[in-house]
Design a protein around this ligand. Structure first.
Ligand SMILES: Nc1ncnc2c1ncn2[C@@H]1O[C@H](COP(=O)(O)OP(=O)(O)OP(=O)(O)O)[C@@H](O)[C@H]1O
Ligand SMILES: [Mg+2]
Length: 314
C-alpha cells in the first residue's frame, strides 16, 4: 500500500484546530501558531498520540521551511550535522524561521550525538528552531531538556481521556463516512477505548478491517486479534527479532499474561507436533514469572526470544 492510501497519512491533521488533544495542550499550540514564534520544544509521550503531527502542523500553519530527520535512522553524528547544516545555513524562501523536526530523538546516542546536538541548537539559533519528539523522555539528556520547552502528550486525568475519546470518535466517524465504510457505533467506541491513546492504531485497524469488509462490526475486535497473532507467529518463524520486539511493544497494553494465553490457544496449527511440549513449558514458565517481574514487556520479549530459539514452526 503506498503512503497516500494509508488513512493515517491521508487524514493527518494539517492544523492544530483539527487535532484531538487535551484542551490545555491544544490551546498552548494554538497560541504558538497565533503568535508566530516557534520555540525549541521537546514533545514526549507514547506512540500514535500526535507528536509528529503537531510538529508538522505548526510548521504548516506558519508556512515555515522545515525538515524532518528521524533519529532512529540518523544515529551518526556527522550525517546529522551535515543534514542540519545544509538545511539551516540556506536562507528560507519564506524569510521566516526554519524548523528542524528531530523525530524519535530518544534514539540518538546519549553519549555522542545528543551532546553534540546541544551545540547545534546554539550554533543555528539565529534562524533555526528545533522540535524534538520522543517516546521516552528519560532517554534525552538533561542539557537538551533545559534547552527546550517540554510538552507531555497524553492525559492528565480520566476526564481528559474521555473527552478526547469522544472527539476522536467523531473524527473516526467522519473518516469512515468519507471512505464509505458503514459502522456499528458501539463497536467503534469499543475499538477506540481498546487502543486509545494510540490514535494511529485505531485508524490502522479501521482501515485494515474496513477495506476488507466495507463494514465495521463486532468481529473487528476478535478478528483483529487473530490477524495480529498471525503476524506474531510469522515473525517468530522468520526469527525476526526486531519485528517481534516491536509487536510486543505495540501489544503490551493488553495484559501480558493474556498474551501467553493467546499464543497457547493459537499454537496448535502453527508449530510442529514435536515442538508442542517445548512451547508449552516455555509459556508456562514465563506466565509464572510474569507475576513477579518489574518489566512485563521485557518478560514477554524474553519469552518470545526463547520460543524463537527452541521451537520449530510449520
Ligand atoms: N492527536 C491526534 N489528533 C488527530 N489525529 C491523530 C492524533 N494523533 C495521531 N493521529 C493520527 O495518527 C497518525 C500518527 O500520529 P503521529 O505520527 O503524530 O504520532 P506520534 O505521536 O508522532 O507517534 P510516534 O511516537 O509513534 O512517533 C497521524 O497521522 C494521525 O492520522
Ligand atoms: Mg512520531
Amino acid at each position: 500500500m503506498s503512503n497516500e492510501f494509508l488513512w493515517v497519512e491521508k487524514y493527518r491533521p494539517l492544523k492544530i484546530a483539527d487535532t484531538v488533544l487535551p484542551d490545555t495542550l491544544k490551546q498552548t499550540f494554538q497560541k504558538i501558531v497565533d503568535g508566530g514564534e516557534v520555540p525549541n520544544m521537546l514533545f514526549t509521550g507514547t506512540a500514535g498520540l500526535g507528536k509528529t503531527t503537531v510538529a508538522r502542523a505548526i510548521c504548516n500553519e506558519l508556512d515555515l521551511d522545515y525538515i524532518v530527520i528521524n533519529g532512529s535512522e540518523n544515529g551518526n553524528i556527522d550525517t546529522l550535522r551535515g543534514k542540519i547544516k545544509q538545511f539551516a545555513s540556506t536562507v528560507s524562501l519564506q524569510g521566516g524561521t526554519k524548523v528542524v523536526i528531530l523525530d524519535e530523538a530518544d534514539y540518538l546516542n546519549p553519549q555522542s550525538t545528543q551532546p553534540a546536538l546541544r551545540a547545534f541548537i546554539e550554533e543555528f539559533s539565529n534562524n533555526c528552531r528545533f522540535i524534538l519528539t520522543c517516546n521516552f523522555k528519560n532517554r534525552i539528556i538533561e542539557p537538551l531538556h533545559s534547552r527546550c520547552g517540554v510538552y507531555e502528550f497524553g492525559f492528565a486525568s480520566k476526564a481528559q481521556a474521555t473527552a478526547c475519546a469522544g472527539l476522536f470518535m467523531k473524527r473516526a466517524e467522519d473518516i469512515l463516512n468519507t471512505e464509505n465504510v458503514t459502522y456499528d457505533k458501539s463497536t467503534l467506541a469499543n475499538l477506540i477505548m481498546k487502543h486509545m491513546p494510540d490514535w494511529r492504531r485505531v485508524l490502522n485497524e479501521l482501515q485494515r478491517y474496513g477495506i476488507a469488509t466495507g463494514h465495521i462490526d463486532g468481529n473487528i475486535l476478535s478478528n483483529l486479534a487473530d490477524s495480529n497473532y498471525d503476524d506474531l507467529f510469522y515473525y517468530l518463524k522468520q526469527k525476526d527479532f526486531k519485528k517481534m520486539r516491536k509487536w510486543t511493544a505495540d501489544n503490551i497494553d493488553t495484559d501480558a499474561s493474556a498474551i501467553f494465553r493467546a499464543i497457547y490457544d493459537r499454537m496448535a496449527d502453527k508449530v510442529t507436533p514435536q515442538s508442542i511440549p517445548q512451547i508449552v513449558l516455555i509459556l508456562a514458565d514465563y506466565q509464572y514469572k510474569n507475576a513477579f517481574v518489574a518489566d512485563h514487556e521485557l518478560n514477554v520479549v524474553a519469552c518470545l526470544t526463547e520460543v524463537m530459539a527452541n521451537v520449530e514452526f510449520v
